[in-house]
Design a protein around this ligand. Structure first.
Ligand code: ADP
Ligand code: ASP
Ligand code: MG
Length: 400
């Protein structure tokens, strides 16, 4: 078998942890598999590097940030290779470039465009365990790029897809995907299986156990994805096609996204083309707009609200300063988004009503609502975020 194993920050957070990982990797190799490992930086390292940059500048150049941030994964990949070699398992570390990972030119949130599978294959054929530095690639101009926070998950899935691996295991600090973040609700239950679509919603709505784009890619390339803990041998969660899951619960999970900010434009000229102008500007600046709400117009003007990731608020502000279509613009980062996800919703009514009822009983005001076939998202004040998650978790009996 060809297996890809990805180890997150906590899993390689100390030298002792790297040694544990080396043992697990060597076991997979000794069992007769070809093994590719993708590693994150040591936990806290990427944040530390960002804070170093912020010491000098509020707006560091994205190219320089990528040079800086990619170094964290270089450290862990080479240390793991050194550890494995010293245990008698031949192993080579590769940077994103050496692994043949090509991306677009959007520094700090680049997308993988292609992987030259020969680069890794050559080392595998030589009998090596290949350790790839996660979270990075190179642009067409050979500039180092990074894939957005949590991007090592994407490196692993993309490599598994490109090399047609039999299995892609994501090792982290929880046993798998739970009905909600077990740090917020200790009664959360581990899911044995979850569909790509539900996982995609949970991830994009804030469950950081898997990076959103990695799930998207796993679905597209049909990668067998398992999330499990590097701290024990418990079975993890399989992320798979919907038809492989026999019984679909109504609601599979609750997600909380704290990285949200709301923008409200008041007195927006109410005529065709204005919304297009506003959102074209945001798209050109590569800002991820999520919920959009427009009020019924009145007196030739209307109000328009939307949410963006909180860490894109500064660039959103400068983007909006070039738009003259509204009277005032307000920004609020004191909000969170809580979401309910489940494919069972497609065929059942009353799911939304239970959510609204539950939150109202706790006196929580709904500031924005949006729904799709398999999710309901609500924007509420930050201070109620965790309370709302626990209340909804109980309301849908996810702890049973
Ligand atoms: P890694 O560093 O291994 O990539 P992350 O910190 O990115 O790990 O992701 C794992 C964390 O995701 C867990 O510690 C947990 O707190 C959080 N998490 C959020 N939602 C969920 C969920 N539904 N199931 C499991 N973990 C979740
Ligand atoms: N080290 C990067 C981050 O902290 C990438 C990753 O861990 O997946 O976001
Ligand atoms: Mg992660």
């Amino acid at each position: 078998m060809l297996v890809v194993q990805k180890y997150g920050g906590t899993s390689v957070g100390t030298l002792e942890r790297i040694e544990e990982v080396a043992k697990r990797v060597s076991k997979a190799k000794a069992d007769g598999n070809d093994v590719i490992v993708v590693v994150s930086a040591m936990s806290g390292e990427t944040n530390k590097l960002i804070s170093y940059a912020e010491h000098f500048s509020k707006n560091p150049q994205p190219r320089e940030m990528d040079m800086l941030l990619s170094s964290g994964e270089r450290v862990t990949s080479s240390l793991l290779a050194i550890a494995l070699n010293s245990m008698g398992f031949r192993s080579v570390a590769m940077s994103g470039r050496q692994a043949g990972i090509k991306t677009d030119k959007f520094h700090t949130k680049a997308r993988i465009e292609s992987i030259d599978r020969l680069c890794i294959e050559k080392e595998l054929n030589g009998g090596n365990i290949v350790i790839v530095a996660g979270f990075q690639g190179v642009t067409e101009l050979d500039e180092v790029s990074t894939l957005g926070r949590g991007g090592s998950d994407l490196s692993a899935v993309a490599i598994a897809g490109a090399l047609e691996a039999d299995l892609c295991e994501i090792y982290t600090d929880v046993d798998g995907v739970y009905t909600t973040d077990p740090r917020i609700e200790p009664k959360a239950k581990k899911l044995e299986k979850i569909s790509y679509d539900e996982m995609l919603e949970l991830a994009s709505l804030g469950a950081k156990v898997l990076q959103t784009r990695s799930v998207e890619m796993a679905k597209k390339l049909n990668v067998n994805l398992v999330t499990r803990s590097s701290f024990n041998n418990n079975e993890g969660t399989l992320i798979t096609k919907e038809e492989n899951i026999m019984e679909q619960p109504l609601v599979s999970g609750i997600a909380l996204d704290k990285n949200q900010a709301r923008v409200t434009l008041r007195g927006v000229t109410d005529k065709p083309g204005i919304a297009a102008e506003i959102f074209r500007k945001l798209a050109n600046d590569n800002i991820n707009v999520d919920m959009i709400i427009q009020n019924v117009g009145h007196d030739g003007t209307t109000n328009l609200g939307f949410t963006v990731p909180e860490n894109e608020l500064e660039i959103t502000k400068s983007s909006m300063s070039e738009i003259n279509a509204s009277r005032t613009v307000e920004y609020d980062s004191d909000i969170v988004k809580v979401s309910i996800v489940g494919v069972g919703m497609k065929s059942h009514s009353g799911v939304a009503c239970t959510a609204f009822d539950t939150l109202s009983k706790d006196g929580i005001n709904l500031e924005m609502i949006s729904t799709s076939e398999i999710k309901i998202s609500m924007v509420i004040a930050s201070k109620y975020g965790e309370l709302a998650v626990r209340a909804l978790h109980a309301a849908y009996e996810l702890d049973k």
